[in-house]
Ligand binder design. Structure first.
Ligand code: 5GP
Length: 184
């Protein structure tokens, strides 16, 4: 049976890199493309990184019941379209959702056999350093994101697994070990 894996972790923790490396090494897994109202970062492509929607489009999606889950994060909406998940499960692929913790809780409620994995930073200081080094966001945004990170680290207790991301290579291997117990 194909499974749904939910991966969360505060911004700057390196989950994007971990997931990218995992997908390279493990065909048969598909990363779901989320919808968001935030603006596009340099290098991002509409329909690949995210489906970039206006707030109006997103709100209409909520009203129409299009989303499996959605949440407001740092002043923007983020959500997973039901139709995306259905399509990929029908195509016989294991799905990875890379979403924040409120959304993850909504998924667990609706799909109890979804596997929830939280990627945590080695320390809060390390996370701050990584976020500041990324230089894609200004100081205010970083402050909000650090506050979010604290909240999200608290939510980690509701997850099935927590992986500490000290070295990317180790984290990917740990992720593979977890996933291999479920996915075929
Ligand atoms: P970013 O703006 O850095 O791409 O993402 C900000 C946060 O939104 C990250 O924690 C990311 O995992 C989360 N996120 C991305 N897509 C979704 C989604 O579809 N639903 C929810 N709930 N969170 C999402």
């Amino acid at each position: 049976m194909k499974r749904l894996f939910v991966i969360s972790g505060s911004s700057g923790v390196g989950k994007g890199t971990v997931i990218k490396e995992f997908l390279k090494r493990n065909p048969g897994f598909k990363l779901s493309v989320s919808c968001t109202t935030r603006s596009m970062r340099p290098g991002e492509k509409n329909g690949e990184s995210y489906h970039f929607l206006t707030r109006e489009e997103f709100k209409k999606g909520i009203e129409d019941g299009d989303f499996l889950e959605w949440a407001e994060f740092s002043g923007n909406y983020y959500g997973t379209r039901k139709s995306n998940i259905q399509k990929e499960l029908n195509e016989g692929e294991n799905i990875i959702l890379e979403i924040e913790t409120n959304g993850a809780m909504q998924v667990k409620k609706q799909i109890p056999d979804a596997v929830l994995i939280f990627i945590a930073p080695p320390s809060f200081e390390e996370l701050k350093k990584r976020l500041e080094g990324r230089q894609t966001e200004d100081a205010d945004v970083i402050k909000t994101r650090l506050a979010q990170a604290e909240r999200e680290n608290n939510d980690a207790k509701n997850y099935d697994y927590i992986i500490i991301n000290d070295k990317i290579e180790n984290t990917v291997e740990n992720l593979e070990k977890i996933v291999s117990q479920y996915a075929i």
